[in-house]
Design a protein around this ligand. Structure first.
Ligand SMILES: Nc1ncnc2c1ncn2[C@@H]1O[C@H](COP(=O)(O)OP(=O)(O)OP(=O)(O)O)[C@@H](O)[C@H]1O
Length: 259
């Protein structure tokens, strides 16, 4: 990939559900290392767009590429292996497992030791497990979850569950991280901590991040560029200042109080 090749390229992508065009003719590019927002009113198609990027839905039109690889039609686990990870609007954790095991499970798909060595309990199985546990604990430190690593995930306060979800997504070592409303349900202090965490992980893991979020303080505070969806179509793109002052965006979404 040359410096000019975008990490993610989305060309004229759309999907139809019966008569509804949930996403239509979307063009979007993300460069390596960018932190970009995706905003829009309820039902605009934002989560559907993430589902298209991650292979949950196959586009009925257009092309999605990660670097030089086409992603259309690949199964979600393949797309994950190629470097796209996501979090969900409604938290999806293994609620009865410990915090540590939630991260270890995410590592398993990448583990070097083979199924055969695991089944036969060969030395390589144990060294692989140990390495995985050490890595998982390192992660939990970054997310300030080390002190609760033996708690069941379901017993964590909401803000910590959100952080654990991001930690799990990162365990797959993605190039591109898709965050679907990570601040939903958080109080202002948790949201601010999350903002700092997003900036930190972007630096630390050389990530590219696409962020769906309704909290405008968060979006405007961390994103370099923002795309705006309305009724499945992109109606604007630009830096936070341009988006804040765009009349179409104000009318469709932001309302006059934000301008
Ligand atoms: N599998 C599906 N079958 C039919 N319609 C769907 C399906 N998935 C999404 N839709 C429709 O597509 C449109 C876009 O929904 P989507 O959830 O992507 O919006 P959103 O921008 O993420 O909204 P919100 O901010 O409320 O999460 C909605 O009208 C929704 O009902």
């Amino acid at each position: 990939m040359t410096a000019k090749t975008p990490l993610l390229k989305v060309e004229n992508v759309g999907i139809r559900f019966g008569g509804l065009k949930a996403v239509s003719d979307v063009n979007l590019e993300l460069n390596q290392g960018e932190l970009v927002g995706l905003i829009g009113p309820n039902g605009a198609g934002k989560t559907t767009f993430f589902n298209l990027l991650t292979g949950v839905y196959v586009p009925t039109e257009g092309m999605i590429s990660l670097g030089s690889e086409k992603l259309n039609g690949l199964a979600p686990y393949k797309i994950n292996q190629k470097g796209i990870s996501r979090t969900f609007q409604n938290i999806r954790l293994f609620s009865d497992l410990s915090v540590l095991d939630n991260v270890k499970v995410a590592y398993h798909s990448l583990a070097k030791h083979s199924i055969v060595s695991s089944l036969l309990r060969l030395p390589s199985h144990f060294s692989g497990e140990k390495e995985m546990e050490e890595k998982a604990i390192e992660f939990l430190k970054i997310f300030k979850l080390e002190s609760v690593m033996h708690e069941q995930a379901k017993n964590l306060p909401y803000g910590q569950q959100r952080r654990l979800e991001i930690a799990r997504a990162l365990a797959a070592n993605p190039k591109l991280l898709l965050l679907d409303e990570p601040a939903a349900g958080m109080n202002p202090q948790e949201t601010e901590e999350l903002m700092n965490l997003i900036a930190l992980i972007r630096e630390r893991f050389s990530l590219t991040i696409l962020l769906i979020e309704h909290d405008m303080l968060l979006v405007m505070g961390v994103c370099e560029r923002i795309y705006v969806l309305d009724h499945g179509q992109l109606i604007a793109q630009g830096n936070p200042e341009q988006i804040r002052n765009n009349p179409k965006v104000i009318e469709a979404y932001l309302g006059e109080e934000v301008s």
